[in-house]
Design a protein around this ligand. Structure first.
Ligand code: AP5
Ligand code: MG
Length: 213
């Protein structure tokens, strides 16, 4: 099963993608997490990605597409995957479609986690992310057992550099301009499913599993 998660920054794509990956035993692939891991390791890719991410801009398609196609070619992706944060532009969606076409394959579902902009800004300031495993918490909704420490791997939890309010507004603008057109793109392909992302995260997950079966 190949699934794409769509939705504004902070809509809960990562939260839901993790649960989907566990239930359906497929890898969770987040381009944002891949970039953050590279930033942490100080790689050239990380340095380049950071210069865009800190401004709330998208990393150029050329760079992002290569990373994604390398990742989905790995052995653990044979039975499918859930993509979180990719595609984010029409050209990215077209490259993915073409790569899958060549394998006689296709995306099965594009799930749009729908949350209005007003809710997003409130959510982001409370988010904390693990620097090592990418697990996500929220100081009110999903607090870690011990403040500042990841439940899963014991590493430090941070407020992402791009979660400052002014950067969040920029990311929302970029989302509406460059990513929202994908909703139309996948509607036309007949695979778009929309879920209400404003309800409790377990209820969002229940709506998703109803769709995926
Ligand atoms: P990325 O890491 O993908 O960030 P994003 O899309 O902005 O999304 P977020 O990770 O911020 O939010 P999310 O939807 O995963 O929400 P989460 O589950 O954490 O990308 C970062 C940057 O990398 C981009 O800006 C860009 O520069 C670059 N990039 C990445 N991919 C790219 C690409 N393909 N092309 C070009 N550039 C790319 O939830 C948010 C918070 O809300 C959490 O605290 C969570 O606990 C809480 N929460 C979740 N669900 C609920 C709920 N139902 N109720 C209450 N709280 C909830
Ligand atoms: Mg995320």
């Amino acid at each position: 099963m190949k699934i794409i998660m769509l939705g504004a920054p902070g809509a809960g794509k990562g939260t839901q993608a993790k649960m989907i990956a566990e239930k359906y035993k497929i890898p969770h692939i987040s381009t944002g997490d891949i970039f953050r891991a590279n930033i942490k390791e100080g790689t050239e890719l990380g340095k380049e990605a950071k210069s865009y991410m800190d401004k709330g801009a998208l990393v150029p398609d050329e760079l992002t597409v290569k990373i994604l196609l390398d990742r989905v070619a790995k052995d653990d992706c044979k039975n499918g995957y859930v993509l979180d944060g990719f595609p984010r532009t029409i050209p990215q969606a077209e490259v993915l479609e073409e790569a899958l076409n060549k394998l006689g394959d296709k995306v099965d579902y594009a799930i749009d986690v729908d949350v209005p902009d007003e809710n997003i800004v409130r959510r982001m300031g409370g988010r904390r992310a693990c620097v090592t495993c990418g697990a996500t918490y929220h100081i009110e909704h999903v607090p870690p057992k011990q403040e500042g420490i990841c439940d899963k791997c014991g590493s430090e939890l941070i407020l992402r550099d791009d979660d400052k309010p002014e950067t969040v507004s920029k990311r929302l603008k970029v989302y509406h301009e460059q990513t929202q057109p994908l909703i139309d793109f996948y509607t036309k392909k007949g695979i778009l499913k929309t879920v209400d992302g404003t309800v409790d995260m377990m209820d969002v997950f229940a709506a998703i599993t109803d769709i995926l079966g």
